[in-house]
Design a protein around this ligand. Sequence first.
Ligand code: MN
Ligand code: MN
Length: 298
Amino acid sequence: MQIEDYIKAGKIVAEVRENVRKKNWVGVTLEEICEEVEGEILKRGAKRAFPVNTSVNEVAAHYTAEPNDEKIVSDTDLVKIDLGAQVNGYIADTAVTVCYDSQYDNLVQAAEDALKNAVSMIKIGVKSSDVGRTIEKTVKQLGFKPIMNLSGHSLAQYTIHAGKSIPNIWSIGSFSFKGDQAYACEPFVTTDEGSGVVQEGKIKNIFALGSRKRTKNEEADRLQEYIWTNFNMLPFALRWLLKDWEEKQARELLEILMKKKVVHAYPILIERNGQRVAQAEHTFIPTENGATVTTILG
Ligand code: MN
Ligand code: MN
């Protein structure tokens, strides 16, 4: 584990996230948000760990802008902006919810409070089920519901989901936090009218390499090689291919790679009752007395 790289990536996303939080995004397109936030990560000397997610209102996660995405943030929207940087494959994963409808300010605060309470109890040996219990309790006491089928995760080099899940509710199947491992904790919270469950939507615009094998299509193999060289096994967006391919051809080649199961896509995840969802997220490494939160400034 390269702690310096985790710290460097964390400092970069923390700075960018705080700028994202302060900025007024009303009237800005989702594509402009993604391009600007990803640009800020690159400018600071890290690589992007995954496409910036801009998931609006009842979409909980996994939406990134399409090329020329014209969807504009309105003055009543709530947008989860989830961003990640990597240094030598060591990832910092963090998220902030920006909200322009004061009716949902408390929902956003509930996600932040749940994250704060969860992170403050972390140290080596703490059980993941106890963290889930804390998140659930915090959220319910504030009158909201945690999303029970979304969770935090362990991280590894070039791997966003490294096998362990940090639940957002009390749940069986616990593990104990270790000091030689990075994790991301990410409470997702919906209203009392929400189901507390997300389901997959039709849109899929985040992709990742799943395996590497020849496809008998030379151009598809060239794209596969490009993806491996530039993004390794980490997620990527169609937007990221358009310096080297025309959009139409990139889409066709991606289809070929998906049919051959070389590339897989992540569907967007939507609150089942159509209720709004807020999110907060930090990355941390447990220590004997607490945790090094890589995505907190200072
Ligand atoms: Mn994230
Ligand atoms: Mn995450």
